[in-house]
Ligand binder design. Sequence first.
Ligand SMILES: [Fe+2]
Length: 240
Amino acid sequence: MKKILLLGDIHANYPALKAIENYIKPDRFDHVINTGDFTVYSTFPNETIQWFRERKKTICIFGNTDRRVLRILSGKKLKKPKKKEKRVMYFWTTENLLPGNIKYLMSLPEKTGFTLGSFRIGVFHGTCDDPDEELFPDAPEARFHKLAKNSACQIHIMGHSHVPYYKVVDGVHFINPGSAGRMFDGDPRASFAILKMSSGKISVEHFRIPYPVKKVVKSLKKNRLPDIYTKMFQIGKKLN
Ligand SMILES: [Fe+2]
């Protein structure tokens, strides 16, 4: 049997990542997948990136927040987001990221894929068509049919919507582990999933576990970052 830990949308929330590590012991897995958005909205981008750099068997891609961080670092103007409080978080991240971690982010692909047994597994931030597409579980069935048709992968691991779900459409498995560091559904606990594959059979289990939100809040306050984010992490809702 193969076991894969599915993570995504950590958003620099290292206390949440650490809580998942303590709960699940990632070294027992054949692979650890991260669907991107390592950075922005919490204050631990370096610790988060280093956690992946120090591990073997990780399969990672960058997300839209990481892409914007890299754009700023390359000297380009930040057109989006327009909201001041969001921009503050991007610039704080670019000012605090360490060179080795920037290099690591730059080395990551926008999407990737690998074969395990008889399955082709695709890793996408949004979807196989568009890294910025937010594919919610209640999206029209026709969209899932199209994505199933457009890709050679039988398993799609996706992030970006921050909504945990598992759907099978036309024999294609669509899995979103939810956001490890920034959930939007009013439950601030960290979200992740485990994918198990055995003799051509697939099972997916989602988890929600508590983490010390206080650590994130304390650090945001210490760095004088917008109050809206302390509240966001405390209540687990998108406020910006
Ligand atoms: Fe995200």
